[in-house]
Design a protein around this ligand. Structure first.
Ligand SMILES: C[S@@+](CC[C@H](N)C(=O)[O-])C[C@H]1O[C@@H](n2cnc3c(N)ncnc32)[C@H](O)[C@@H]1O
Length: 259
């Protein structure tokens, strides 16, 4: 008997990995975070007992694992995006360790990369930003250490991907403006890859004037940083015809004709 923590991806049922979908197809018990995993994802399941964990506390989830252990059946535990990010998987793994239950993690497409895809951007650009910071603001369930506050992280002016941000938009914008210029590109992506996906693309200085805050309260990814800009000229050397690396030799420059 084994528990598989599976990244369901951001929502679209075809954005789960093949490995994840195959495990869902053969698992006899499936636990899923009903608040973030769409029901369409459960089309990959066959004859499984389906349990929505948004209504269960950790003890009740542990009881499900124990029941599956007694029945000798594998469990698929679906998490939105990638289980490694704000998935509350560490506490489950600790319980499974204590119970001597084996587990495996199957990664998934995180909402921050899906949001970048939705707005057709790269999050790292040469000479602009080569760093992506994944963060959130403090919530009732989990506090963020002061050293990682948005105001402190903004000092880097890197590309920031802010999870669980919707209800705190006004404060986030105020903190970002301490260090990022007002013309910094900013995007909000609500329920990326769901049928009702919605996006806003604008700037840090205008976002509060151009959006209604209540539209972004739930399941929204905020991306901000100069790298989101469209008009960046610098290219990396990787595909430059003058650049040699282990897989490709640069074209020889023609010697200048003698005068
Ligand atoms: C509990 S965290 C889970 C993150 C998830 N593990 C991941 O890798 O995307 C929930 C937050 O992730 C973001 N999120 C998850 N799914 C999303 C989606 N489909 N569209 C936009 N943001 C999403 C939102 O910021 C949401 O408040």
């Amino acid at each position: 008997m084994k528990v598989y923590f599976i990244g369901a991806g951001p929502g679209a049922p075809d954005l789960i990995t093949l490995r994840g979908a195959n495990i869902l197809g053969r698992a006899r018990m499936v636990l899923y975070a009903g608040s973030l995993v769409p029901l369409g994802m459960l089309q990959h399941c066959h004859d499984a007992e389906l349990i929505d964990t948004s209504k269960l506390d950790l003890d009740q989830q542990e009881a499900c694992y124990l029941r599956a252990q007694a029945a000798g059946c594998d469990v698929a535990r679906l998490h939105s995006g990638d289980p490694a990010i704000y998935g509350a998987t560490a506490e489950q793994m600790r319980r499974l360790d204590a119970l001597g239950i084996e587990y495996e993690i199957v990664p998934g497409v995180s909402s921050f990369t899906a949001a970048a895809a939705a707005i057709q951007t790269e999050l790292t650009k040469p000479a602009v930003s080569q760093t992506v910071i994944l963060t959130r603001v403090s919530g009732r369930a989990s506090a963020v250490p002061e050293a990682e506050s948005i105001a402190r992280l903004a000092e880097h002016r890197a590309t920031l991907c802010i999870f669980l941000s919707g209800p705190h938009l006004k404060k986030i914008v105020a903190d970002l403006r301490l260090h990022y210029p007002d013309d910094t590109p900013l995007a909000l992506v609500y329920r990326v890859t769901w049928p009702d996906q919605r996006t806003y693309q604008g700037t840090l200085g205008k976002v509060l004037k151009e959006t209604k805050r209540r539209d972004w309260n739930l399941t929204t990814m905020l991306l901000v940083g100069a790298a989101l800009g469209r008009d960046l000229q610098t290219e990396s050397s990787l595909y430059s015809k003058d650049f040699t690396h282990i897989f490709r030799v640069a074209k020889k420059k023609k010697p200048k004709a003698a005068k």
